[in-house]
Design a protein around this ligand. Structure first.
Ligand SMILES: [Zn+2]
Length: 123
């Protein structure tokens, strides 16, 4: 299968994902606490996920997880490690990254990771 996805398109895809996830988070926060949402807009977005005030809103946890994934991907990009599996350092395919720009692991490591999570849950 040939791929027409370029590095540049991938970067745009990541930035679009960053914008849309941050937007979704702010909207969810606004619905819960408008004042806090306004405060967050004044903060650098990479500080959002660790903000202590969010512990009052456990229902935002899925959004916070997504923000942390973004921050990790952006950090990797800065370090030139974007698109490498965080476990085995294999290069992820552009197709995979295009589907999920915050993807951290190759298919094999993802499977191992999920299995190990399941194991720790049942203990
Ligand atoms: Zn891997």
């Amino acid at each position: 299968m040939s791929s027409n996805i370029t590095e540049c398109e991938l970067e745009h895809r990541l930035l679009a994902e960053v914008a849309s996830r941050r937007q979704a988070f702010l909207q969810a926060l606004q619905a819960l606490d408008l004042e806090l949402a306004l405060q967050f807009q004044q903060l650098p977005a990479d500080e959002w996920a660790d903000h202590g005030a969010l512990s009052a809103w456990p229902q935002l946890q899925p959004h916070i997880t997504q923000l942390k994934q973004l921050d990790a991907a952006l950090c990797q990009q800065l370090l030139g490690l974007y698109g490498l599996c965080s476990d085995c350092e294999a290069e992820l395919s552009y197709e995979l990254l295009y589907q999920d720009p915050c993807r951290q692991r190759c298919a094999q490591c993802e499977l191992k990771h999920l299995n190990s999570q399941h194991t720790s849950w049942t203990l």
